[in-house]
Design a protein around this ligand. Sequence first.
Ligand SMILES: Nc1ncnc2c1ncn2[C@@H]1O[C@H](COP(=O)(O)OP(=O)(O)OP(=O)(O)O)[C@@H](O)[C@H]1O
Length: 258
Amino acid sequence: MSTASPVKTTAVAAQGVWKAYGQGEAQVVALRDVSVEFASGAFTAIMGPSGSGKSTLMHCLAGLDTTDRGTVGIGDTTITGLGDKALTKLRRDKIGFIFQQFNLLPTLTAEENITLPLAIAGAKADPDWIKRIIHTLDLTDRLSHKPTELSGGQQQRVACARALASRPEVVFADEPTGNLDTRSGAEVLNFLRTSVDDFGQTIVMVTHDPNAAAYADRVVFLADGQIVEDMADPTADKVIDKMKHFEELVAAAQGENA
Ligand SMILES: Nc1ncnc2c1ncn2[C@@H]1O[C@H](COP(=O)(O)OP(=O)(O)OP(=O)(O)O)[C@@H](O)[C@H]1O
């Protein structure tokens, strides 16, 4: 049964975001006036060439980095200008993260890794919800294992369960299949898709892989710090085709910035 609301609200929004690193001649402008909205209950992929600003955008959206100009909102909270303490609380309460390197704590079991963020937040786990995620991820037999006793695919499925445990407003996934073989990667992507379709989860995923992007509802393409394309209902072929034209897109974006 789908729990997603038929009326799409905005889970994450960036408005006029600029971000530069360094000073003077050495300055790199990573984001140039980026405005983008991510609907609740949708799965969006962010793609673009290396250095196009994907990680910077995700870090700014997730409150892991500050913007130079512009605003970012998560749900009904404007996070721009929040202090460290408020940002930490917001990330803990409203955001789930999935990283390429899994980032599980090696001394804890799979189950402890899944529930640790809730414990740190002092929040009570919803046992039925946790059970449902663990069952969907086929981790029931692995809960007492430590990360070193799990395959890469199993570790990433534990990381998925951890990200969803608090039912966050949005899950940011940074190359979640980058370290996985094709089969394990497909299992993780199928789960992310299921979490959107069945649980109404919002997902924003950075990826280089057109096959991974095809699991999303939408692909936002970045080039040279700007959004150059917004594709609905992607297929791997459509994405590959678009990537072939990236040199033209980059040239067009650079022409506008000249
Ligand atoms: N902390 C930093 N200090 C200086 N420059 C940075 C920093 N972080 C990113 N950059 C620069 O900003 C630009 C955008 O980087 P970003 O990592 O967002 O790109 P990306 O699209 O995620 O790249 P990749 O696909 O290679 O991970 C690049 O030119 C990068 O070198």
